[in-house]
Design a protein around this ligand. Sequence first.
Ligand SMILES: *[C@@H]1O[C@H](CO)[C@@H](O)[C@H](O)[C@H]1NC(C)=O
Ligand SMILES: *[C@@H]1O[C@H](CO)[C@@H](O)[C@H](O)[C@H]1NC(C)=O
Ligand SMILES: *[C@@H]1O[C@H](CO)[C@@H](O)[C@H](O)[C@H]1NC(C)=O
Ligand SMILES: *[C@@H]1O[C@H](CO)[C@@H](O)[C@H](O)[C@H]1NC(C)=O
Ligand SMILES: *[C@@H]1O[C@H](CO)[C@@H](O)[C@H](O)[C@H]1NC(C)=O
Length: 354
Amino acid sequence: MKLSSVSLFSAAVGLASASPVHKRAGVTDADILNYALTLEHLEAAFYEEGLKNYTHDDFTKAGMKDPFYSNLKMVAMDEQTHVQFLTQALTAAGAQPVAKCNYSFPATDVKSFLALGSVLEGVGVSAYLGAAASIMNDTYLTAAGSILTVEARHSAYLRAALGEAPSPQAFDDPLGLNEVYTVASPFIASCPSSNQKLPVKAFPSLTMSSMTGSKVDLMAGPGFNMDNTTGLYAAFITVTGPIWAQLTPKGDGKFSATIPEGVSGQSYVVLTKGNSQATDDNIVAGPAIVEVATSTSSMGGGMNSTTSMTSSSPSMSMSGSATPTPTYNAAPGMAPRSLVGVLAGFVGAMGLFL
Ligand SMILES: *[C@@H]1O[C@H](CO)[C@@H](O)[C@H](O)[C@H]1NC(C)=O
Ligand SMILES: *[C@@H]1O[C@H](CO)[C@@H](O)[C@H](O)[C@H]1NC(C)=O
Ligand SMILES: *[C@@H]1O[C@H](CO)[C@@H](O)[C@H](O)[C@H]1NC(C)=O
Ligand SMILES: *[C@@H]1O[C@H](CO)[C@@H](O)[C@H](O)[C@H]1NC(C)=O
Ligand SMILES: *[C@@H]1O[C@H](CO)[C@@H](O)[C@H](O)[C@H]1NC(C)=O
């Protein structure tokens, strides 16, 4: 255990000394911390499995030059430290911390592992960002913020390693608790029955099945009412509110949507009833995750592979020749069964970079 972790633990204990956790709109700070802990357990398990499954040599063979492997181990260590920090903070505050679950990750090799890792880090950033406004206690807010910035660095590092722009847009997209849970729950196979039930629910899943130019094909999963698609809209979530996309129903829960201008990087699209808002009250499916790479992403991809920041990736040259035309990659939308297929599509697109 690193020294820095030890002092963090004392910080967690000090931070949580006694006082009962506060509550806003039915969600307590303990709920938020346990929600964060749920995600940190998932991320920690993901890297632990991946580093068990794939050797240093496997990473090298997949084109990840040193010091990528040791940096990845540091990322894994960060996630474990976040788990321990939140567990301690909750315990010290007199709340019951959730324990680790069993997980199911559709990763089969280094490339799919890193592609999924990049998506998970992006979801982590969006989760902390979306939860920030619900945290009552300043001390917890600062602690959550200090985790958020590290998740953002992980995200940027993995994106760069995959030949994607590290920071493809000026603002990250906040996701609500239910949106994050919708995206994360397919990876959670089973949890200890002693785990506190969090005040979250999953919306019907939304998966991206294919894309052509700026058109994405979406498919809603179980629980979605396919019989009446009248008045449904597609919303891309941004910090300044939804950007509405043209949505064409194709029957059987299938839709086609056009990615609007101004959307880039790891983006999230939900189906909503009506187009005045995109909230828990009117989201009917999603989010689906869409990686939108615009020409600006050549900022990452355009660098020579000798550039130190991206030296881990031999693949940077590909987007160096990026045309101004946006390209679109699919990421896991969320139906567990279709997940592998969709991820394969995602990784397939990534294969160009790797
Ligand atoms: C925030 O939580 C800390 C640790 O539990 C506590 O010491 C502090 O009084 C709380 N602040 C507020 C404003 O409730
Ligand atoms: C690790 O390998 C196991 C066994 O093949 C597999 O079930 C799991 O999904 C893999 N996990 C990762 C993160 O690669
Ligand atoms: C995880 O899976 C193992 C093997 O199937 C099982 O014994 C264990 O109870 C599961 N743990 C949880 C937390 O669901
Ligand atoms: C279909 O949904 C729209 C919008 O929610 C609603 O106005 C309409 O009454 C519904 N039609 C049927 C047949 O349920
Ligand atoms: C990349 O490297 C090549 C050859 O080493 C060089 O000619 C080119 O100018 C470099 N490009 C950039 C963007 O540094």
